[in-house]
Write a protein that binds this ligand. Sequence first.
Ligand SMILES: NC(=O)c1ccc[n+]([C@@H]2O[C@H](COP(=O)([O-])OP(=O)(O)OC[C@H]3O[C@@H](n4cnc5c(N)ncnc54)[C@H](OP(=O)(O)O)[C@@H]3O)[C@@H](O)[C@H]2O)c1
Length: 273
Amino acid sequence: MEKQRIGIIGAGNMAEALIHGMITSMRFSSQRILVSNRSNRQRLEHLAEKYKVVGTSKKDLVEQSDVIVLAMKPQDLFSVIEEIKEWMRPEQLCISIAAGVDMASIQRASGLELSIVRAMPNTSAKVLCSATAIAKGENATEEQMELARKIFSCVGTVREVEEEQMDVVTGLSGSGPAYVYSFLEAMIDGGHRLGLSQKESTELVLQTLRGAVEMMTATGMKPAELSQQICSPNGTTVAGLAVLRQNHFKESVMEAIKAATLRSKELRKSVQS
Ligand SMILES: NC(=O)c1ccc[n+]([C@@H]2O[C@H](COP(=O)([O-])OP(=O)(O)OC[C@H]3O[C@@H](n4cnc5c(N)ncnc54)[C@H](OP(=O)(O)O)[C@@H]3O)[C@@H](O)[C@H]2O)c1
């Protein structure tokens, strides 16, 4: 069991996913997880009741925590920093999951030499399958990074990146689940239109996706190699892939990631200006 107290400011979707993951992992005790929000008391009571965590004020949370997780929307982050900076201590670790807010801006807003780690989990954290990227701030120690890894590994995998890569991470794994849902929807509807029930098509598609992910993970092979293995000359897969190629499937997906990455850069500028 970790002995540090983790204080989460913001009691929304991502906060709940983190609380759920930390408690399920049994690495963090619920009594050492504190949570606070702006005004929704019912929500705090709900989390306290369901996970036995401590719902409290921001002041108590900041004064009692070793780690402060900033889990509010980006546009709310700076007013929270303004409010809590007088209670913050230099030895605390501050983890921000706010999309598009860089660590230098948090540092500037606080006027303190904070140890900061920036994290970008994704929505699959809810089912403990997030692909989370974390970036180390200049004052954060290796021990603090290790603690951040421990926290986010409770909700999935953790990969360390440079902060400059956070916009790409946002466009790729942050928004990524939505691209996969679009692909899943297209496959399910494709099967349904050609005679399968919605249920049959959904089951077959979900297992096809699971199997493909598992094949790539287990074999370590590249997607193109695995795809090649399914293709026999003039066969069905070749016919299907030819249509995807004609319709610029790969280029479309790559363009989607680029558009989301650019949007992340634009939003970053608007949040910080
Ligand atoms: N959801 C995702 O999949 C995802 C993925 C990656 C990153 N993120 C990032 O995670 C952050 C949280 O997202 P979310 O989806 O969990 O948001 P959310 O469900 O809208 O929750 C936001 C929380 O912030 C609280 N809050 C707002 N202003 C506050 C203040 N001044 N003081 C204290 N608490 C305040 C709100 O409290 P009240 O309800 O009392 O107003 C609410 O509990 C965002 O920055 C987002 O960019 C989310």
